[in-house]
Write a protein that binds this ligand. Sequence first.
Ligand SMILES: Nc1ncnc2c1ncn2[C@@H]1O[C@H](COP(=O)(O)OP(=O)(O)OP(=O)(O)O)[C@@H](O)[C@H]1O
Ligand SMILES: O=P(O)(O)OC[C@H]1O[C@H](OP(=O)(O)OP(=O)(O)O)[C@H](O)[C@@H]1O
Length: 296
Amino acid sequence: MSSIPPENLLMGVPKKGRLHEQCMKLLVQGAGLEHKRPERLDIAHCTDLPVTLVFLPAHDIATYVAEGNVDMGITGMDVIEETEPQNKDLSIVAKLGFGQCKLAVQAPAAEGLKDASVLAGKRVVTSFPAIAEKYFSKYENDSTGKTKIKFVSGSVEAACGLGLADAVVDLVETGTTMRAAGLEIVETIMETEAVLIKNVNTPYPALVETIKKRIEGYQTATKYQMIQYNVQRENLEKALAITPGKRSPTVSALEESGWCAVSALVHKKDAAKIMDELERVGADSILIFSISNSRM
Ligand SMILES: Nc1ncnc2c1ncn2[C@@H]1O[C@H](COP(=O)(O)OP(=O)(O)OP(=O)(O)O)[C@@H](O)[C@H]1O
Ligand SMILES: O=P(O)(O)OC[C@H]1O[C@H](OP(=O)(O)OP(=O)(O)O)[C@H](O)[C@@H]1O
């Protein structure tokens, strides 16, 4: 690694895999962490804030943050759960709304298993051995014995077909990988998504707060749009009930008597329906604007 300025906060970022691209988008577009990553180097210094990005395997980031080797990071809740007993100095700063999937016990569909208890004592392959061990321990007894949990670092879905396992514990998002391998979910262990984490003893709490605020502002901007419309005062109450805003809508008088202009934040997913409803209560000149970033 090239030298890191001693005053810089270190941020662990998944270096590849499922979370990499969305993390980079969030950190650059959302938190303004512009940087130049020299080719083949796993660190990059940011130009706007005293932050150095450290590109690490997603599965190691919780450990680096918990140990305080890096101050903050982004990884999945699943990874945090897997490293749980060592995480007393790790805290979750924000859920990030991407990397959503579930961790599930999967077995060959042909077996038609209805619950995971019948797999206690059998062979289970996974990249999450601690979670799997804890999960199966509740089904174990003297006759089943301990479940034989084996770690593999990837392509977990192949283990049953290759004869290495009776079942796997793996992530499922669309289910495509699972179905292609002839597997089906027997039980879901947990839902997971990407999270922003910090070490509670970081010497840079103010910088952590700044990054958190920037990310929250960006998340709001991506979730909301601004709606603006004109409406007659007699219909204002009905219109405001449709667009109550995040805190409250802005209402200003128009030159034309009896009319006012309203602007308010609306959920992007509801925008079209809200426009229909506003039209029905007599609003006109209804405009929707995208927001590129925000601070509430
Ligand atoms: N299919 C998926 N959909 C959504 N999120 C996922 C999916 N697979 C993994 N994740 C999330 O991304 C994290 C990293 O998983 P990924 O499979 O990318 O790991 P990796 O081993 O670092 O990358 P690679 O598989 O490319 O080596 C997981 O811990 C999980 O939180
Ligand atoms: O339900 P799906 O949408 O198919 O996604 C689930 C797959 O994604 C992840 O693996 P990934 O493709 O990242 O590769 P890996 O097996 O090397 O980890 C995960 O381990 C599953 O295999």
